[in-house]
Design a protein around this ligand. Structure first.
Ligand code: DMJ
Length: 632
């Protein structure tokens, strides 16, 4: 090493200075090391620790850990969505934990999340993601006129889907009357609240929507419009204009706000072209973004819409996020990108997709709990019912909604379906096909009402499967739908229980008291509707009509519709809750079942998991339209 003499400094003097400097630097670096080391002794909650050590906050995959009770509790939780309903039936909500095991403060997460996502090489820029840019890009700003020109058919059909057969038309009118009855009572007793309590004749707010109000109004907008209940639709629209306040400051379920509010407003916009809905939905979409500020970009389940702070459900083991929650954002977020011309929404959901593609799947299956910090699975519980369900639904629907360009969604869906068939699909001794649940390799021979949506899902995906599998998928869809129908016919009320079993001699019946309730859920009817459209087998309309009669007989009360506590007794006990999804889904699917196929044709529309129709995005057409507009 060569020391160059500094001017005016002797060699020995320079040596002295250098050794002083050396000692000083040694002291300084010792101090820094000490301070850094001390971080490890600080409690996890200290902000500075989380900023410096976020990368080491990975959690080991704890297969099979966590309490079984926890798992049972939230098996019902995410899909039920409406907390009080659960509270009043047999399922009680556990309170949200304010002190989860990992950090949840918006600001730190924002800093940490951005950096860690780079580390995981999860691309966030448009150019890095071909699919993302395909889905998100518009050569020009979206306009409603362009969008309408790119539809293949008129959304409401030739004659609003009116069937020519008089009996079917009568049945359709009956469903419309049920909608009007449900709406009128909501309006009379619970206007502006989230849901109607039809026995006590008051409103329910609940804690799922972060202080947002009017869930039944937002969930009903498109149903009212499609049914031609225009006075009611106008009342709903006016409420959105004057009273939908998005500046709430409460704790919301990202999933529920997305499927009901974002989905409901998007559909209302696409069906009507009212800019009001578009403005509202874009404003709301922005408020959901902070939930993604985690080290992996996997959003947490709960978000404070005012502060942007987010955290995991207290009942989700080890601060995990839920597959059916973070996996049920794709459709709405791609549309938010389209309407706002901001790629960020599509980037967020593509990031989730990439992480899921990357991590190892046990037997090709997707467990229900994932750590948003480490990106590892937490517990190996797999279910096509609660906690998992709509993740699978959104894969095939993402493919369909992309005008069949999202090949990645397609591959992921069919691979997942293969794993489901290999590991979960079972045949009962009585010959009923069902989807069991999987707990670390052990089958639980139980199928939830929620899992009954899968008949419709497998049906709509049948045609795009491998040619040799198409008929098989359609048959599988029909078998699952048949099993779900059996779960209805085997009860005294002809309505299906929350969960039914295929063990200890049971064949599609609930064996536990706590599984006997019915909360006006749509999934079985949803599958009837899809299977009707796909096969035109009249039995699906008959089965739908059986459900209408049962709803009328057992769930209709003086002031609305109510869930019931036990489907196996005709001396019914009502749960006093008219769920918003009854207006959004159950009645809409029934109405479509008795309508011609040209009402919301499947060539142009996919339904989000709350039955809000979203249009297929024809990027090429929209871009050509943009070019044409410019040259006109
Ligand atoms: C609805 O909120 C949605 O369908 C959701 O995906 C799960 N279930 C309820 C209705 O049962």
């Amino acid at each position: 090493m060569v020391f160059r003499k500094l001017p005016g400094v002797s060699a020995s003097g320079m040596g002295l200075r250098l050794s002083q400097k050396f000692v000083f630097l040694l002291f300084l670096s010792g101090l820094v090391t000490l301070c850094f080391g001390a971080l490890f002794f600080l409690p996890d909650s200290v902000r500075i620790k989380r900023i410096f050590l976020f990368k080491t906050e990975t959690q080991p995959v704890t297969v099979g850990s966590g309490s079984e009770n926890d798992a049972r509790e939230h098996l019902k939780r995410p899909k039920e969505g409406v907390s009080s309903a659960k509270g009043e039936t047999s399922t009680k909500l556990k309170p949200l934990s304010r002190r989860p095991s990992v950090s949840h403060e918006g600001t730190e997460e924002r800093l940490a999340g951005g950096k860690a996502q780079e580390d995981l090489t999860l691309a966030r820029s448009r150019t890095e993601s071909a699919t993302s840019s395909d889905q998100g890009a518009q050569s020009d700003t979206f306009t409603y006129k362009k969008f309408k020109r790119c539809l293949l058919k008129a959304p409401l059909g030739r004659d609003n889907g009116k069937p020519s057969d008089p009996q079917t038309n009568e049945r359709r009118e009956k469903v419309k009357e049920m909608m009007k009855f449900a709406w009128d009572n909501y309006k009379r007793y619970a206007w502006g609240k989230n849901e109607l309590r039809p026995l006590t004749r008051n409103g329910h707010i609940g804690n799922m929507f972060g202080g947002l109000r009017g869930a039944s109004i937002i969930d009903s907008l498109d149903t009212l419009y499609v049914m031609g209940l225009m006075d009611e639709y106008n009342e709903a629209k006016e409420w959105v204009q004057t009273s939908l306040d998005l500046n709430s400051n409460g704790e919301a379920s990202l999933f529920e706000v997305n499927i009901r509010y974002v989905g409901g407003l998007l559909s209302a916009y696409y069906l009507t072209g009212e800019e009001l809905f578009k403005n509202k939905v874009v404003e709301l979409g922005e408020k959901l973004l902070p939930a993604f500020n985690t080290p992996t970009g996997i959003p947490r389940g709960v978000i404070n819409l005012g502060s942007g702070t987010s955290w995991s459900w207290g009942w989700a083991s080890a601060g995990s996020s839920i597959l059916a929650e973070f996996g049920t954002l794709h459709l709405e977020f791609v549309h938010l990108t389209q309407l706002s011309n901001n790629p960020i929404y599509t980037e967020k959901v593509m990031n989730i997709r990439k992480l899921l593609n990357k991590i190892e799947k046990p037997h090709g299956l997707y467990p229900n709990f994932l750590s948003p910090v480490s990106g590892n699975w937490v517990q190996h519980h797999v279910s096509i019912g609660g906690l998992g369900d709509s993740f699978y639904e959104y894969l095939i629907k993402s493919y369909l909604m992309s005008d069949k360009t999202d090949e990645d969604a397609k591959t992921t869906y069919y691979n997942a379906l293969e794993a489901i068939e290999a590991n979960l699909v079972q045949k009962s001794p009585g010959g009923l096909t069902y989807m069991a649940e999987w707990r670390g390799g052990i089958l639980d021979h139980k199928m939830g009402h929620l899992a009954c949506f899968s008949g419709g899902m497998i049906g709509i995906g049948a045609d795009d499967g491998a040619p040799e599998k198409r008929q098989h998928y359609l048959d599988l869809a029909a078998e699952i739908t048949h099993t779900c129908h059996e779960s209805y016919t085997r009860s005294a009320t002809k309505l299906g229980p929350e969960a039914f079993r295929f063990d200890s001699g049971a064949e599609a019946t609930a064996t536990r008291l706590s599984d006997r309730y019915y909360i006006l859920r749509p999934e079985v009817i949803e599958s009837y509707m899809y299977m009707w459209r796909l096969t035109h087998d009249p039995k699906y309309r008959e089965w739908g009509w059986e459900a209408v009669e049962a709803l009328e007989q057992h769930c209709r009360v003086d002031s609305g519709f109510s869930g019931i506590r036990d489907v196996y007794t005709t001396t019914v006990s009502h749960d006093n809750m008219q769920q918003s999804f009854f207006l959004s889904e159950t009645l809409k699917y029934l109405y479509l079942l008795f309508s011609d196929d040209d009402l919301l044709p499947l060539e142009d529309w996919v339904f989000n998991t709350e039955a809000h129709p979203l249009p297929i995005i024809r990027t090429n057409c929209l871009q050509n339209e943009a070019t044409q507009d410019k040259t006109l």
